[in-house]
Design a protein around this ligand. Sequence first.
Ligand SMILES: Nc1nc2ncn(CCNC(CO)CO)c2c(=O)[nH]1
Length: 285
Amino acid sequence: AAEGFDYNAIKDSANYLLDRTKHRPTIGIICGSGLGSLVDHLTERESFSYEDIPNFPVSTVHGHDGRVVFGLLNGVPVMCMKGRVHRYEGYPMWKTTVPIRVMRLVGVSDVIISTATGGLNRGYKIGDVMIIKDHINMPGFSGDSPLVGKNDERFGPRFPGMSNAYDKQLRQEAKNVVKEMGIEESVHEGVYVMLGGPSYETVAELRLLRLLGADAVGMSTVAEVVVARHCGMRVFAFSLITNKCIMDWDTDDEPLHTEVIAVAEQRKHHLQELVARMAARMVQK
Ligand SMILES: Nc1nc2ncn(CCNC(CO)CO)c2c(=O)[nH]1
């Protein structure tokens, strides 16, 4: 059979974890750039290396030790994915979303996804946060979707809808949290577009993406959201704007991955506070 999801393989991954942790979280957290250290704040932490979990994809980037971390975030049981695998590493799209399906079989019903992005919207500053209200699945346009291939009804339907992918109620909750935190001036709401990467975009591509209505661009998140919605999870996702995309030909700026990491490091406290407050609201259902 063509390579793709296998229910029993996902079940084995989930059972490996269920047999080794006492936690039964309903909230999942994908820690994108800047959020990894969130796991240090969990109490009653139980952590498992991606390498030890059967059938789990492992990051090929050394020093990016991927870990599944269970624990309590201000008392709320959560299951965190610290470290992501990306399409640009050469994994098929479906494989980059295996953590979502494992979360589902562990019992997670809501997922918080964070990511670093380049700002296309000229009103965004480096270090700002964009609550994702919708996405453009550019790889999906050419058929590179995590759901291509045999559909497993035990997860979801053959043709899932994506019209409310980014839960409206959770976005409203997030705006309330942002007000509580007093950071409204650096938080926006916009459209995320995914490209495959690993190269950053040309100026012509960035101008096209802006014309298409995208406010921020990245190389992840969209496939995870498609798979999360396919299996009925609620999704809250946000981007950290780590650099402003260069939109004209005569500047010689160049986006640098080192900048991405540095900005994430600077803003991690606000991001972690946002996630903790959202998790507390989401677990109330
Ligand atoms: N122009 C631009 N700026 C960005 N800053 C972060 N990312 C998300 C991609 N992050 C990669 C490389 O930094 C690592 O996963 C991007 C991007 O895709 N494009």
